[in-house]
Design a protein around this ligand. Structure first.
Ligand SMILES: [Ca+2]
Length: 272
């Protein structure tokens, strides 16, 4: 019995690591989606979710683990992911559109690992939710505009979005707030944007923002940054637009002088 309690405590610790903090589930990283199917990996990285955890990740966002047929339907419109994930009923596989010897054994189709007997194996998750409010993503372009979902329309209730900016090693990220309007309250408990100077939303907390005052510009210390947007169940406002630009490592003093000016937004495109 003591052993059981101990095991439970260890297990709970693990879950708590990617689970609830301040009433919010810090579940996973949104990666890609098509035809209502999403690929998600745990915040801790690739292949970290047991079957139960994968189910929980999808359920929290109002979806379910995708069936084989749903994954195949997504694959047919170009959903190609080189990472095995849990599907409905404990099946594991991944969708391959373009044959490659590095991934999928040179075949196309769903690479099917079958129904797993051991549900404690750790994989990613494929969720299905045709009504999901999609937001967030992994951004690797040197510049981009990040918008709250639906911008310039008001964002919706009950949103959680993560944007992970990952640039080249040595580069830094310059965040510039263009427009900002989130439900205002003193402690930003209702709707807020959080900025983290790190890969996740645990380390490197920079600030939590709400209301309609434009936050000051932020420059990362490294080449990764995480933005997290949360809205609660009532009252929405205009949302935000944030531009980021890659700042290359300094070469000369002159470079730094020039770093603030940019040739352009001509290549910038938006993501909401
Ligand atoms: Ca709200």
């Amino acid at each position: 019995m003591i052993l059981l309690v101990f095991l439970f405590a260890v297990q709970w610790d693990k879950i708590a690591g990617w689970g609830y903090k301040n009433g919010i589930l810090h579940n996973s990283i949104w990666l890609e989606q098509a035809a209502g199917v999403y690929h998600r990996e745990a915040r801790a990285g690739k292949y970290q979710l047991t079957y139960i955890e994968a189910k929980g990740v999808c359920k929290f966002e109002g979806g379910k683990l995708a069936t084989y047929q749903q994954l195949e339907a997504a694959r047919k419109i170009g959903f190609h992911i080189c990472a095995a994930g849990w599907m409905d009923k404990g099946r594991v596989g991944y969708p391959i559109v373009k044959a490659s010897s590095n991934c999928g054994f040179g075949k196309t189709g769903i690479v099917d690992y079958g129904y797993r007997l051991n549900k404690s194996e750790r994989w990613d998750a494929y969720c299905y939710n045709p009504n999901g409010k999609h937001c967030g993503g992994v951004l690797t372009d040197p510049k981009r505009i990040i918008k709250s979902p639906g911008f310039p329309k008001e964002y919706e209730n009950n949103q959680i979005c993560y944007w992970h900016i990952r640039l080249k090693y040595g580069q830094r990220i310059h965040l510039h707030f263009l427009e900002f309007d989130l439900e205002d309250d003193i402690s930003c408990l209702s709707d807020y944007l959080e900025v983290y100077d790190s890969y996740d939303d645990v380390h490197g907390f920079v600030g939590r923002y709400c209301g309609f005052e434009l936050p000051a510009e932020i420059i990362s210390t490294g080449n990764v940054m995480t933005l997290k947007f949360v809205s609660d169940a009532s009252i929405t406002t205009g949302g935000f637009q944030i531009k980021y630009i890659a700042v290359d490592p300094p070469k000369t003093k002159k470079f730094w002088h020039d770093a603030g000016s940019t040739t352009a937004d001509k290549n910038t495109y938006s993501l909401s």
